[in-house]
Design a protein around this ligand. Structure first.
Ligand code: BG6
Length: 484
């Protein structure tokens, strides 16, 4: 007789494994600034303090034209970013002070092909990422690279309606192939597209100008199908270019729970989780359109045009890992909510930040247990963090104990998932430095472990100041997550 726990010792994890990738994540559209690259749809997301729209950016053709013709009427924070384009050497140096083992960033398509579909790639753009990779290597940070973080070159959206068009799909694959060949052997982890399930702002995620198509919801699903196809092509090509390379599906965590145990609430939460979360990962990780999605398309009259060979391509090129961005969680009530992603009610048991984003580390553990059960592929946290309004103190720091508490509890949830046998290989905090918000284009929604002295209108010295969370995260990494 033997104790099961002794027999299975090798499988009983005692917290974070050696070599766990502790890191932080940024995106080109929020960090780099427009210097040296073409204009993107993200650059057109202006900031206006009087505009209370929650999520900005789904402009009509007329709104886009006005922004292009009369830029002087608007303030565009993403054109400035936080000047990471120029400042990366000192920024990476500062980050290496925390001992980061990995760094997730995105390559700006418009830096390699300024219009997205130019005849030749920009050598200057390619050389920029050579230098960034050199810098990361010099500081011992493993790069995790997103190829498309919702920053489509403008004309690909206005002329072609983005991923709806074959021309744009070919341009994306060409861009991806160009960078995969250039950086072969230097980048192991690739995420072909950021948060494939977050199609709410169709312009940035899919490149669709909303008032130029009929039946927008169905068109979005067609563009999502087209994205599945290009992701499979990129993985297929990338595995040939570098057999060591790994490709990840990425989801924004929008798992919901039922508001009550009323059967209507329960089934709505199941159906929402299917159609706004699992559908995407089922196709990209299991390689087939799931039955519930086919049923939903039939019920809603959605016709997805599939070219010959596409379904086989998807089936034969499933992704290697699943990356999740996790911030908050919500619940749904059949009386109040529809199937639309993000249409939910706030969980009354949770506290929230000033933007109503609830804090729920248990939800992260719950989600990771579900993903692991369903897919059995390695998981990573691509983004996790807490946005708050903050000011630099007279002692040149920010005492962000609330952020430390948030990160501590979420990292502990990941640690518990690992103890329960889930294979997690990386955790990236969002964000290392305060950056322009993706959804609202504000600076005041600060996520950074480092304060950046820059306001909503780009004023300030732009000097970086480590917050308390910077010092705390350094110790987490030093102790491999033992001291949280
Ligand atoms: C994720 C995006 O969905 O959420 C990031 O990938 C973004 O780009 C993050 O910054 C937080 O959202 P926001 O709107 O608060 O910046």
């Amino acid at each position: 007789m033997a104790n099961l726990l002794d027999i299975e010792k090798s499988r009983a994890h005692d917290g974070f494994p050696e070599g766990f990738l502790w890191g932080a994540a940024v995106s080109a559209k929020q960090a780099e600034g427009q210097e040296g690259r073409g204009l993107t749809v993200a650059d057109l997301q202006n900031f206006d303090p009087n505009d209370k729209t929650k999520v900005k950016g789904d402009y009509s053709a007329q709104e886009i034209a006005d922004r292009l013709e009369h830029p002087e009427k608007y303030w565009f924070p993403k054109k400035m970013g936080i000047e990471f384009y120029r400042r990366y050497p000192e920024d990476i140096e500062l980050l290496s002070g925390m001992g980061l083992r990995c760094f997730r960033f995105s390559i700006a398509w418009s830096r390699i092909f300024p219009n997205g579909d130019d005849g030749m790639p920009s050598e200057e753009g390619l050389a920029y990422y050579d230098a960034l990779l050199d810098c990361l290597e010099a500081h011992g940070m493993v790069p995790i690279v997103t190829l498309y973080h919702d920053d489509m070159p403008v004309s690909l959206a206005t002329k072609y309606n983005g991923f709806l068009s074959k021309h744009v799909r070919e341009a994306y694959v060409r861009y991806a192939e160009t960078v995969m060949r250039r950086y072969a052997g230097r980048i192991r982890y690739w995420i072909p597209v950021n948060q494939i399930n977050l199609t709410r702002v169709g312009l940035s995620s899919l490149g669709i100008v909303r008032d130029t198509v009929d039946d927008l919801d169905a068109k979005k699903l067609q563009a999502v199908h087209n994205k599945f196809v290009v992701c499979a092509r990129v993985a297929s090509l990338g595995h040939k270019i570098d057999p060591e390379a790994k490709f990840g599906a990425m989801l924004a965590d929008f798992l919901v729970n039922p508001m009550t145990c009323k059967p209507e609430d329960v089934i709505l939460s199941t159906q929402k989780n299917q159609m706004t979360m699992y559908f995407y990962a089922d196709v990209q990780l299991r390689g087939r359109y799931p039955g519930y999605a086919l049923r939903s398309f039939a019920d809603n009259g959605v016709k997805i045009e599939v070219e010959s060979g596409e379904l086989e391509l998807i089936a034969n090129n499933t992704m290697d890992f699943l990356a999740i961005s996790y911030y908050n969680s919500n619940v749904v009530s059949a009386e109040k909510n529809s199937m639309a992603i993000g249409d939910s009610v706030v969980n009354p048991y949770l506290e929230a930040n000033p933007w109503g984003w609830t804090v729920n580390p248990t939800g992260l553990l719950d989600g990771f247990l579900r993903y692991w059960d369903r897919y059995g592929v390695p998981l990573m946290i691509a983004e996790n963090g807490f946005g708050q309004v903050e000011e630099l103190g007279s002692d040149n720091t920010v005492h962000d104990d609330y952020r430390i508490a948030y990160l501590r509890e979420h990292i502990a949830a990941i640690g518990e998932a690992i103890r329960q046998g889930v294979d997690v290989f990386a955790y990236c905090a969002w964000s290392p430095i305060d950056m322009v918000s993706s959804g609202t284009s504000e600076m005041r929604k600060r996520y950074g472990l480092i304060y950046n002295d820059q306001d909503d209108f780009g004023n300030g010295t732009h000097t970086r100041y480590p917050k308390d969370s910077y010092r705390w995260y350094k110790q987490v990494i030093e102790t491999n997550g033992r001291e949280l």
